[in-house]
Design a protein around this ligand. Structure first.
Ligand SMILES: NC(=O)c1ccc[n+]([C@@H]2O[C@H](COP(=O)([O-])OP(=O)(O)OC[C@H]3O[C@@H](n4cnc5c(N)ncnc54)[C@H](O)[C@@H]3O)[C@@H](O)[C@H]2O)c1
Length: 293
């Protein structure tokens, strides 16, 4: 069957950021549903355990690892866990990232998201780079070495952001780090393609994250309104829709695709910067009023 190419039977995949109930968890569940053996990695025991509980309940296979992606040892241990438990490593999803920084134990601090570039404190700039770019570099290095040793090829899926594509106010370090992720992805693709290892990026639009909803529901609602207005589909992206795109990029269905950045943004990037259909309709009304007036 053609659709069998979407299956990941017996393949081992690590998801960095598999907890939290958002797109990381949705991705982990999709991989397990497709028959993949999962290493579910997240920063707290609770989040790892909850994802594992859901995978087990759906009949999937996983092992968990509570660690911090900023630790190269934790990244390496997760790869070693995949090869020791499942005998191979076929996929790595570097999903962790963002502007709200998680601390071991589940506490978080807002990294000062809403600061203009010229006011960004040095320590926050470094934190943002650590959790969005530096770990991705290390994770890709470790994953590539392990996949080369295993000799089965592989697929690496990184997470960038629309903030890397355009000037996003107050996202200076974040957008720069995500642009770096896109660059690393393309470099990996051209360096490792002939060994059967592919690398691609998901570029999410605005996706509701349960953790950010818990932090402030007013902010959450404001972001939902703004993002819905600016997208072609008139809404935010569901975490499950991100998971579907990741599964596609991990699977043989995307065997001819590498070095690409796939926007999963409800059409937000297709929107003209000059305005939405509502803006254009308003301009037309004004023109009409002027011409008859
Ligand atoms: N949510 C959006 O609207 C949006 C938009 C553009 C890009 N992105 C990108 O998509 C990715 C996922 O976003 P999300 O946070 O909304 O997804 P998510 O809600 O699925 O959370 C990801 C998980 O990462 C874990 N995590 C955070 N810091 C960690 C650390 N240091 N070590 C280990 N685990 C850690 C969290 O516990 C959480 O469970 C990120 O790379 C983000 O930058 C998100």
């Amino acid at each position: 069957m053609f659709t069998d190419r979407l299956r990941l039977d017996d393949r081992a995949v690590i998801v960095f950021g598999a907890g939290g109930g958002g797109m990381g968890t949705a991705t982990a569940l999709a991989i397990a549903d497709a028959g993949g053996n999962l290493v579910a990695f997240d920063i707290t025991d609770d989040r790892v355990a909850e994802t594992q509980r859901r995978i087990k309940a759906s009949g999937g296979h996983s092992v968990g690892y509570a660690g911090d992606v900023r630790s190269v040892d934790d990244l390496a241990n997760a790869c070693a866990l995949a090869t020791s438990k499942f005998g191979r490593l076929d996929g790595v999803v570097n999903l962790v990232g963002g502007t709200r920084l998680e601390r071991p134990g589940g506490t978080s601090r807002n990294a000062g998201t809403w600061l203009p570039l010229h006011e960004y404190p040095e320590d926050v700039y470094e934190d943002i780079f650590a959790v969005n770019l530096t770990y991705v570099f290390h994770s890709c290095q470790i994953a590539a070495r392990t996949m080369l040793e295993c000799g089965n090829g592989g697929s690496i899926v990184n997470f960038a952001s629309v903030s890397a594509l355009e000037g996003a106010p107050y996202h200076g370090p974040y957008g720069a780090a995500k642009a770096g992720v896109m660059s690393i992805t393309k470099t990996l693709a051209v360096e490792l393609g002939r060994q059967g290892i592919r690398a691609n990026c998901i570029v999410p639009g605005s996706v509701p994250a349960p953790l950010s909803k818990a932090a402030s529901s007013n902010t959450f609602d404001a972001i939902t309104d703004r993002a819905s207005l600016r997208s072609a589909l008139g809404r935010r992206v569901d975490p499950v829709e991100i998971a579907g795109a990741v599964l596609f990029l991990l699977s043989n269905l995307s065997a001819g695709i590498t070095g690409q950045c796939l926007n999963v943004d409800a059409g937000a990037s297709a929107q003209s910067p000059l305005g939405t259909d509502t803006d254009y309709a308003r301009t037309t009304e004004i023109r009409h009023a002027e011409s008859v007036g």
